[in-house]
Design a protein around this ligand. Structure first.
Ligand code: SAM
Ligand code: SF4
Ligand code: F3S
Length: 457
């Protein structure tokens, strides 16, 4: 820790000990992360930093001394939700002026958002972007000590701090970032602007973090990056190294950009026993013209070659994907090509979104003459198609016994449990709660259009 940081962490610690002595409890932080796993992981890092200076955590904004929203900018509705939530806190702040409200993460990194908060959401004390975590103690101390509003959306790409404490909510599943940022500039996407260029963590530190997690009892490790295939030290090599770590755990990763998804990657997945036989391979669209306009740098044919290679070697290999409906200028015929590709690939699941215009991106300058209502109808059409595909394709598991990591209580009632198999498909079955956090064997009895049902073996 730098000297500067030590000074501010000391001040915060003294302040929080004083609070503890006066209130017989530590000051509480409510932190909510929106968006992708990378953001959840950042939120865990922020929690780790705050726990070091005497804060505890709460699930309710009612008893919190500090409220932080760690935000996502990927679509407009994600931003609207945050503005709505922060707007609701205006009266709370009026009644409790000592409450500290912070907005951080991808949304906060954009100048126009920081400006809007400065002018319109005066209840917010602290705004910081995705490059400012190392200054967290200083920023927070300035809010407390000087009672001023702090805005920090610096774009300086600081070196990756390899030695951070993450306070994880989950006791058996852990996210491990292997790289940050994105260089791809897909024309619709805000991520490269709010997360900066790609930086890879050193394999040694990723491996030692995974070893530590496994020794602490973590059963599922998800390696994170916007495009893990461009991990500078070689992603298949990293997978093989992590696969060698002793212990009862499984490895997932996301996301994989199809332009860099290689046969070597598929071979590695198939050869490494701990790596789940599942690939999240976002295709985004089913027409070459739209893929080009999106700057995705692959064609439908090239994408299908990877799918076919995997399915030739492992016919039941599981794929999931992300799709955008209604990219500017997309015609109904082109949208139908997206429906064609989901039928051809047979995804276990799709994550589909209506295109959302992001200011500052190239696509925001394109003419867009399809109405939101129309795009909504296309999205529904796509989801209905996928429901059919899922229920047909999941039937391949019926009669088979699969390994499930039990995650919690099931939807059907308190004597039911839910978990996921290696392919990341939800499995529901009857069982005792003491199995939560364990790997168990389940024989699949039924395939639904969103999950599998089975019985404990
Ligand atoms: N890096 C990942 C990749 O390229 O595969 C994607 C990460 S992005 C955070 C998650 C998904 O959000 C994308 O795959 C895309 O489908 C969707 N997305 C991104 N920008 C969007 C936009 N402007 N409108 C709608 N969906 C968007
Ligand atoms: Fe966005 Fe494309 Fe980067 Fe994924 S690869 S984060 S979609 S710019
Ligand atoms: Fe993730 Fe949203 Fe940022 S998807 S990288 S939190 S814009």
């Amino acid at each position: 820790m730098s000297e500067n940081n030590q000074y501010y962490s000391q001040r915060l610690l003294e302040h929080n000990i004083k609070y503890l002595n006066e209130n017989s409890r530590q000051p509480l932080v409510y932190l909510k992360s929106f968006g992708c796993q990378q953001n959840v992981s950042d939120g865990e890092k922020i929690k780790g930093m705050l726990s070091k200076v005497g804060y505890d955590f709460t699930d309710s904004t009612d008893n919190a001394q500090v409220i932080i929203y760690n935000t996502c900018a990927v679509r407009e509705n994600a931003e609207d939700r945050v503005f709505g939530t922060v707007g609701d806190l205006k009266h709370v702040k009026e009644q409790n002026p000592d409450l500290i409200i912070g907005v951080c993460g991808c949304m906060a990194q954009q100048q126009h958002i920081a400006d809007k908060i400065k002018q319109t959401y005066k209840q917010v004390d602290l705004v910081f972007g995705t490059f400012a975590y190392n200054d967290l103690y200083k920023m927070l101390w300035e809010v407390i000590d000087k009672r001023k509003r702090v805005f920090n959306i610096t774009e300086n790409q600081v070196d990756i701090d390899e030695d951070f404490l993450q306070l994880r909510d989950d006791k058996f599943r852990a996210f491990v970032p292997i790289m940050y940022g994105c260089n791809n500039f897909c024309t619709y996407c805000i991520v490269p602007y709010v997360r900066g260029r790609e930086r890879s963590r050193k394999p040694e530190s990723v491996i030692s973090e995974v070893k530590k997690l496994v020794s602490e009892g973590y059963k599922e490790i998800t390696l994170l990056g916007q495009n893990v295939n461009s991990y500078s030290y070689g992603f298949p090599k990293l997978l093989r190294e992590i696969n060698k770590i002793d212990g009862n755990f499984r490895i997932r990763f996301m996301s994989s950009h199809p332009k860099d998804a290689s046969k070597e990657l598929i071979d590695t997945i198939l050869e490494c026993g701990k790596v789940c036989k599942h690939l999240h391979l976002p295709v985004q669209a089913g027409s070459d013209r739209i893929l080009k306009a999106m700057n995705r740098k692959y064609t439908v044919d090239e994408y299908m070659q990877i799918i076919e290679y995997a399915r030739t070697k492992a016919p039941e290999f599981s794929f999931t994907t992300d799709l955008i409906v209604g990219f500017p200028g997309e015609t109904y015929e082109e949208f139908c090509m997206t429906k064609d590709i989901i039928r051809k690939v047979k995804y276990d699941n799709i994550y589909s979104f209506v295109y959302s215009k992001r200011s500052g991106t190239k696509a925001a300058e394109l003419e867009d003459n399809i109405t939101d209502k129309q795009k909504g109808l296309w999205l529904r059409e796509l989801l209905l198609e996928q429901r059919e595909i899922t229920s047909e394709w999941l039937a391949r598991f019926v009669g088979k016994t699969v390994t499930v990591l039990v995650e919690g209580e099931g939807r059907k009632g308190s004597d039911y449990l839910t978990g996921k198999n290696d392919e990341n498909i939800i499995v529901e079955f009857k069982g005792n709660k003491n199995l939560i956090g364990e790997f168990i064997q389940v024989r699949i009895t039924k395939a639904m259009n969103w999950a599998l049902e089975g019985e404990l073996v």
